[in-house]
Design a binder for this molecule. Structure first.
Ligand SMILES: [Zn+2]
Length: 450
């Protein structure tokens, strides 16, 4: 499991770091020049197309060692220089590979600045400060940590037996950030792979799940995160319309761009933070109920051939970052030994879980001719379960309608930006054959939270 602690580097180190990132770029550019002058890339490509990639890589690696003798730095730590050269050769390799397989490829370019990297042995964490060495005879860079970062870091190092593997200092939106990468051992949690949670991902609610073992529904309320995403899009649109009226590159243009970028990035970070918190809440739920398998709808292909008009297009293409969310989920859960399975989600929201009839819901409610009426996303979660049974286990799926349905709602506490859970109990009407009599949905009427 990888853990990352991100820390903003204090302003007083800025001038030093400016100098160092320039030096780092110099190392990159000179190594690049050296390697490209010594080797004929077409020859390497020929070797690789004749299935002699190993030889090509050996040539490149030998050149990297040569370069380490030629290109040196009097300011940067020797391992930092090595790391930059490693990255360079790796990117030349991937350039060759992509060119052969006809994917998009770019030869590494000359740069004006380059991030700083430190490797494990060089980094020290003493007295709540991170010490990063420079070349011999130079003072170390010392980055103080805030209380919360100290706590985070010592948790990863002590509780999870982690080791600091890398520290990267990079520039983003006008200030420097230090990323501490910690490799920790995976935790073997007490979970049962036969206990499953089926999750349908939606545009309004990021996760809606059905817990098979106790017939409970879990709903992650996503209204707040959705509003943030809308705000982000609105700002991007406004930025573009304002920039289009100014001359590109002018002072006014730059000012506007900077100001909008700052605001957008702030919202972006809020969204990312909330996504992390949702995933954490889901993890906690799984651990609490000893769930060992999480089945999630495979959304591959939803962006292809899916033109549904402006509004829906915007939602699907710009706002819904499900891939990122699934990756985050997989990464986090697998560290605790919980398996994440992706299953096709065809018809998951359309087939009735009681009688199997095909219906297309128009609003947030699912209605069937057999009288079954339910929250649409819950039907989706049941549909994922049905697909999992049909495709993966090759067994039939039967949902035994319970007397009472309990729903656990995870809501964002906007003021504190933490996710907390509430338990709601629903009493479903008898829908076996009896048509609906009341207009409003039982789910919505009793639970304004949904
Ligand atoms: Zn039905």
């Amino acid at each position: 499991m990888w853990c990352i602690v991100k820390v903003r580097v204090p302003r007083k180190l800025e001038s030093l770091l400016n100098e160092l990132t320039k030096e780092s770029a110099r190392v990159w550019n000179e190594t690049r020049k050296f390697i490209l002058s010594q080797v004929d890339l077409n020859e390497l490509l020929n070797l690789m197309s004749n299935k002699k990639s190993k030889e090509a890589y050996t040539i490149l690696n030998a050149l990297k060692w040569e370069a380490q003798k030629v290109v040196k730095s009097t300011i940067l730590h020797s391992q930092t220089v090595q790391a930059i050269q490693d990255y360079l050769t790796a990117s030349i390799k991937s350039y060759l590979k992509n060119k052969l397989s006809n994917e998009s490829h770019n030869l590494p370019r000359e740069v004006r600045w380059y991030p700083l990297v430190w490797k494990n042995q060089a980094i020290k964490f003493v007295n709540g400060k991170i010490q990063l060495p420079l070349a011999r005879g130079k003072d170390k860079i010392i980055v103080p940590l805030k209380k919360k970062h100290k706590k985070q870091l010592s948790k990863f190092l002590n509780e999870f037996n982690g080791i600091i593997r890398w520290v990267v200092i990079t520039k983003k939106h006008g200030c420097y950030w230090m990323h501490v990468f910690i490799k920790a051992k995976d935790v073997k949690a007490d979970v049962d792979p036969d206990r499953r949670l089926f999750i349908d991902m939606g545009e309004i609610h990021p996760f809606v799940g059905w817990n098979e073992s106790n017939n409970e529904f879990v709903l992650f309320n996503g209204r707040y995160i959705r509003s943030l995403r809308q705000l982000r899009l609105k700002l991007i649109a406004k930025k573009q319309s304002m920039l289009s009226r100014k001359q590109k590159g002018s002072r006014r243009w730059r000012r506007i761009k900077q100001s909008f970028d700052k605001q957008i990035w702030k919202i972006e970070r809020k969204i990312q933070d909330l996504e992390c918190k949702y995933v954490k809440a889901l993890l906690d739920y799984c651990l609490e109920h000893r769930i060992g398998t999480v089945v999630i709808g495979d959304l591959k292909g939803i962006r292809d051939n899916n033109d549904k008009g402006n509004g829906v297009n915007q939602k699907i293409h710009n706002m819904w970052r499900f891939r990122k969310l699934i990756d985050r989920l997989k990464y986090k859960l697998s560290a605790y030994g919980i398996r994440v399975v992706e299953i096709s989600e065809e018809y998951s929201t359309q087939l009735c879980p009681v009688c199997g009839e095909l219906n297309k819901p128009n609003d947030r409610n699912y209605k069937c001719k057999c009288g079954f009426e339910f929250h649409r996303d819950f039907v989706g979660a049941l549909g994922i379960a049905r697909n999992f049974y049909n495709f993966e286990l090759k067994k039939g799926f039967k949902w035994l309608v319970p007397e009472k349905i309990s729903v656990k709602v995870f809501k964002i506490d906007v003021a504190k930006a933490v996710v907390k859970s509430i338990v709601v109990c629903l009493r479903p009407r008898s829908w076996n054959g009896t048509p609906a009599t009341r207009r409003s949905s039982p789910v919505r009427a009793r639970n304004p939270a949904l």
